[in-house]
Ligand binder design. Structure first.
Ligand SMILES: Nc1nc2c(ncn2[C@@H]2O[C@H](COP(=O)(O)OP(=O)(O)OP(=O)(O)O)[C@@H](O)[C@H]2O)c(=O)[nH]1
Ligand SMILES: [Mg+2]
Length: 252
């Protein structure tokens, strides 16, 4: 089992998050996927890996976004034969102590599990109203566009069986920011996988800077809308096809 933690300038967080994962789930391995952070996060991760054979580091050339770092981490996980792969932020928002909940749902038959802030039992701690509105609004838009049965499609605390990652076609995922999470869930649902949500308490970061930007929000909005147009057009074509088929049958 492998937890992938993408990092960019998380020098104040990386040691704590790795030690929390190791303490909460001692059998689990950790891969820090660092985009050559200028603040030396990658070097700190190297010292952690030197002291602990369950900790690994993937050094990447430079900042390419969270999506690209995760894809590289997933590739590493599959190459190394891990059966379960988890996504987790470095800033403490995704609590390692709640990882057993996600893993339990995988054991109970889910192919992909999303930690969800917006189902009963889910919470956010220390978020300003503006972030709540953005998250709720983004999820509402996602449901309207794609018709997915998920309350927190944009959430980034996710666990997968390796077979799910292999089955959703990671080669052409282009999403970089928040919509990377929607992209994965959407692909999993379309491929017929069982995607479940479990409640989590999401804690706003206390140290280090957020990498959230207007560009990330705009990317999510544009891509989700385009997927939605494609999806709804497909539904219309299917409906038209059915009514043409019914017309032909009626004339016979
Ligand atoms: N490797 C890599 N990691 C990244 C990149 N951008 C963000 N991350 C990491 O992805 C995780 C989520 O990023 P955050 O900045 O916390 O984004 P966020 O959670 O949407 O925003 P906040 O709620 O404000 O923290 C953190 O572990 C970041 O260090 C990137 O370009 N490359
Ligand atoms: Mg964060």
């Amino acid at each position: 089992m492998l937890v992938v933690i993408p990092t960019y300038n998380e020098a104040d967080n990386v040691e704590l998050i790795v030690s929390r994962v190791r303490a909460a789930t001692p059998d689990v391995h950790v891969l820090v996927a660092d985009d050559n952070s200028p603040d030396g996060t990658g070097r700190i991760a190297d010292t952690l890996a030197a002291d602990d054979d369950h900790v690994h580091v993937l050094h990447r050339r430079g900042k390419e976004g969270l999506g690209a770092a995760y894809l590289a981490g997933f590739g590493w996980a599959l190459d190394h034969g891990y059966d379960v792969v988890v996504e987790m932020d470095a800033d403490g928002s995704h609590q390692p102590e709640q990882l057993p909940r996600l893993l339990a749902a995988l054991e109970h038959g889910a192919d992909m599990v999303k930690g969800s802030r917006w189902i009963p039992g889910g919470k956010v701690v220390n978020w300003p109203l503006s972030r709540k509105i953005l998250s709720r609004g983004g999820n509402l838009w996602t449901r309207l566009c794609l018709g997915v049965p998920l309350r927190d499609a944009t959430g980034g605390y996710n666990a997968f069986h390796a077979r799910t990652l292999r089955g959703i076609g990671l080669d052409d995922v282009a999403s970089a920011g928040y919509c990377f999470q929607v992209d994965l869930a959407w692909r999993a649902l379309k491929a017929g996988f069982d995607v479940r949500e479990v409640p989590i308490t999401f804690v706003e970061r206390e140290r280090g800077d957020s990498k959230m930007s207007q560009a990330i929000v705009i990317e999510a909005l544009l891509r989700t809308t385009l997927w939605g147009i494609g999806h709804r057009a497909g539904q219309l074509r299917a409906l038209a096809g059915r009514s043409r088929g019914a017309g032909v049958a009626a004339r016979r």
